[in-house]
Design a protein around this ligand. Structure first.
Ligand code: CO8
Length: 257
């Protein structure tokens, strides 16, 4: 399908989604979120795609929900439009989604990055939930995902003051997995995606699901959930192939089943 607000390509086994509203710092309106949802659906259905990278520009991953588009919305319109559901799409994807963040990741932009499985940041990245400065609060996961990522006290400070944190602090607090130069952040994210794309697909899917369960389940149930998935993998051809290949000192050839 034709997209107007995002750029969609596939390189090797990696699906690339670029937010493309440079004049408004990749602000997210309903069209962008609809297009993103459709692109995620296409990648999910395409066997040639094994991992996805979501990114913006060097200046801004995204400055958040489009304030101009949102300012006159009524609660009922927002309820009916159910835009917020779109922010949860990266988590619900079977395939891993990496956010490559440079520049601003604010409000809904920060929330979108946090909904992804891994965040790679450029040295210029800044994260913030500045909704408090425009009379509202984070509405697409910020009050829930940010404390889980960086701890309650710092997240509370960010939500109550709207101040941003820079890439080095984001790394130190575990919000991102890596900080790299702005010149290479996208290449690093793509290389990581290719590395993941080369693993056994069913195991990748289960690993993502199990790690994400840490936010939803008590430890005992999480351990049971993990164990069941581990056992199930012994019904796949890729488990046998992976172990045979290791013992024969050869490269495994995954079938995805
Ligand atoms: N929405 C709409 N337009 C924006 C946004 C935005 N979020 N951010 C920037 N822009 C526009 C500016 O209006 C400006 O447009 P113009 O050139 O026409 O004046 C252009 O982008 C460039 O911005 P600035 O001139 O402000 O650039 P600066 O470098 O001075 O500042 C900042 C960059 C710091 C990013 C600044 O633009 C800023 O603070 N932006 C707003 C950040 C913000 O408050 N984000 C939170 C929005 S609310 C939200 O995300 C809630 C999510 C809940 C989702 C639920 C949906 C239903």
């Amino acid at each position: 399908m034709a997209y107007e607000n995002i750029l969609v390509t596939i390189e090797d086994a990696v699906g690339l989604l670029q937010l493309n509203r440079p004049k408004v710092m990749n602000a997210l309106n309903s069209q962008v979120m609809t297009e993103l949802g459709q692109a995620f659906d296409e990648f999910e259905a395409n066997d040639a795609v094994r991992c996805v990278v979501l990114y913006g520009s060097a200046r801004a991953f995204s400055a958040g929900a489009d304030i101009d588009a949102m300012k006159n919305a009524t609660p009922v319109e927002m309820l009916k439009g159910n835009w917020v559901a779109a922010w949860d799409r990266p988590r619900k994807m079977i395939k891993p989604v990496i956010a490559a963040v440079s520049g601003y990741a604010l409000g809904g932009g920060c929330e979108l990055a946090m909904a992804c499985d891994i965040i790679i940041a450029s040295e210029t990245a800044q994260f913030g939930q500045p909704e408090i400065n425009i009379g509202v609060i984070p509405g697409a996961g910020g009050t829930q995902r940010l404390p889980r990522a960086i701890g309650k006290s710092r997240a509370m400070e960010m939500a109550l003051t709207g101040k941003f944190i820079k890439a080095d602090e984001a790394l130190q607090r575990g919000l991102v997995s890596r900080v790299v130069p702005v010149e290479t952040y996208l290449d690093e994210a793509k290389a990581l995606a290719r590395e993941i794309a080369a693993k056994a697909p069913v195991a990748v899917q289960f690993a993502k699901e199990c790690v994400n369960k840490v936010y939803e389940l008590p430890l005992g149930e999480g351990l049971d959930y993990e164990r069941r998935h581990f056992y199930f993998l012994f019904a796949t051809e890729d488990q046998r192939e992976g172990m045979d290949a290791f013992l024969a000192k050869r490269k495994a050839e995954w079938k995805g089943k």
